[in-house]
Design a protein around this ligand. Structure first.
Ligand code: ADP
Ligand code: G6P
Length: 495
């Protein structure tokens, strides 16, 4: 959700960073700071999302380099970066440097909008009808991965922590470029698909070859790791997979796999009751006429076809059809963030969702009420948290989702006034929040609608009980646990 700047959020508190290596580098497609021209000035914003904020907090603490695509239009202004395209964030450790890669328009089109988001993203989310195999996409993806890889320092005592599906070939580039001894750890933030889907990818071998050049590859949940190992076993004949140990011996190296779900930053979050009076949220609430005395179902999603927005609206429509008593009582506040808009299937989806919202509103609206309040506008971080805090029901309907951090944020953000979480079975979060959510299948409109009614009618005792269970799970899988797991992993690899 990088297209929305956020207000400053408190950086994550320190890790046990004593063991962070001398040369520590983070690689991701998305950068933690973006500069843009703004009426003759240059504005800096932090792209949204828990991950860049958390990793930024780590580098502020430890120092190190972050290598990422410079996506802001003022990112390379000489008043912002050095000749070497380096930007030093003012906050934090003196050695913290953001190294920006200046990708050409064509590279952005073919590597980011192309292979990353029209091949790997839909493939891994099992949305194969959105996959577009264009030869130029792969060429650009390989070339940009090469550029990232060549920027890495290959100090044998160093650690390179690579994020996500945009950079699958980087580990191989680093090894081939003489970085044989540097520790490479890769975290894959999205689902890993079943072999029957992954094997349809023409570049399947090269992608696996790239990832197997890592010392370790991590996933949110066990199932993704198992599928990854299955793909290696089936598609890379020269690899020896030890399923029980979760390791792969290939090309003279042993790659381990691990499971470590990203989680909520439970230490940085202010108590939710402080948000009631937050002026930003109060303004938004008034502007959108959000009546918190009624039952509010809240959704916060990127405008992405994986998020099940059409399915959510279909279930809601059925609720109002079958339960007229809930009209004027239940409102869905659906906040969306535009995403990857240059991709035709994203633009079409945007249009489709809007049409569905208008149709549901046209059908059931009354004088003083409309069933869906659709918000497609920038919210700062505090206003967003205010919205989450106002939820009586959290509605997460993803058709497929690596984790879905919003689900956990909805629960954590309502800890003083528990919300019911309606959670799609097809999210990584559903494997971690085992008992607390009301699980839904977004494709089963009838059952989804019944689950919404059940959530509206749930008594306080059950609501509280389910919420407590979810809070336990969330605290157990916090963001700090994810970071600590990685620090332990780096330390072990360096010993
Ligand atoms: P995805 O990564 O697919 O977009 P997630 O739900 O896993 O979905 O993560 C989205 C992250 O972006 C969450 O941490 C959410 O709070 C954050 N986010 C969404 N909208 C905003 C916003 N307006 N301001 C700040 N953070 C936001
Ligand atoms: C998912 C991906 C991230 C990505 C984010 C926002 O969470 O796993 O790598 O940064 O979506 O998408 P964007 O294309 O805007 O970076």
């Amino acid at each position: 959700m990088s297209d929305e700047p956020t207000a400053e959020t408190p950086a994550s508190p320190p890790l046990s960073t004593g063991d962070i290596p001398e040369t520590f580098q983070i690689l991701s497609n998305r950068e933690p700071y973006e500069h843009t021209y703004d009426n003759g000035d240059i504005a800096v914003s932090k792209p949204t999302g828990g991950l860049t904020t958390a990793l930024d907090g780590v580098l502020q603490e430890t120092g190190g380099a972050w290598i990422a695509w410079g996506s802001g239009d003022a990112d390379f202004d000489p008043s912002v970066v050095t000749d070497g395209n380096e930007f030093r964030p003012a906050a934090g450790h003196d050695d913290y440097v953001l190294h920006r890669l200046d990708l050409s328009k064509r590279e952005v089109r073919e590597y980011y909008y192309g292979y990353s988001n029209q091949v790997l993203w839909p493939l891994c989310h099992l949305e194969t009808e959105h996959v577009v195999y264009d030869e130029s996409f792969w060429t650009a993806y390989s070339a940009v991965n090469e550029r990232f890889g060549e920027t890495v320092s290959t100090d044998p005592d160093g650690v390179v922590w690579i994020q996500d599906y945009h950079l699958a070939l980087v580990p191989r580039v680093v090894r081939d470029g003489g970085g044989d001894a540097v520790t490479l750890v890769h975290f894959w933030h999205i689902p890993w698909p079943p072999v029957e889907t992954f094997e349809t990818c023409p570049q399947r071998r090269a992608l696996l070859d790239g990832l197997l050049a890592n010392d370790a590859v991590g996933f949110h949940i066990e199932r993704y790791r198992e599928r990854f190992l299955e793909c290696v076993a089936e598609l890379v004949p020269s690899a020896a997979v030890e399923t029980d140990a979760g390791t792969v011996r290939y090309d003279g190296r042993v790659t381990e796999t691990y499971v470590a779900p990203v989680g909520v930053d439970v230490r940085a979050s202010a108590p939710p009751d402080e948000l009631r009076s937050n002026p930003g949220w109060q303004r938004k609430k008034a502007a959108y006429d959000i009546d918190t005395s009624k039952t509010l179902a809240v959704g916060v999603d990127r405008l992405d076809y994986t998020k099940g927005l059409v399915e959510k609206l279909a279930a809601l429509e059925r609720v109002f059809e079958r339960h007229p008593e809930l009209r004027e009582e239940l409102t869905l506040v659906q906040k969306v963030t535009k995403s990857r808009e240059r991709i035709p299937s994203y633009r079409r989806y945007d249009q489709r969702v809007l049409e569905r919202v208008e149709a549901v509103n046209a059908r059931f609206r009354t004088d003083g009420w409309q069933p869906v309040i659709y918000i497609n506008e920038r919210f700062d971080r505090e206003s967003l948290r205010g919205l989450l805090r106002a939820a009586d029901i959290g509605a997460v309907a993803s058709r497929r989702d690596g984790l879905n951090l919003v689900a956990e944020e909805l629960v954590y953000g309502t800890r003083d006034d528990p919300a019911v979480l309606l959670l799609s079975e097809f999210t990584g979060a559903a494997e971690l929040l085992t008992d607390g959510p009301v699980r839904i299948n977004p494709f089963d409109t009838r059952a989804f609608a019944e689950a919404i009614v059940r959530a509206v009618e749930m008594d306080d005792e059950e609501r509280r009980h389910r919420h407590d269970q979810m809070l336990d799970d969330i605290e157990r899988h916090s963001l700090h646990r994810w970071l600590d797991t990685h620090v332990d992993l780096f330390t072990r690899r360096l010993d």
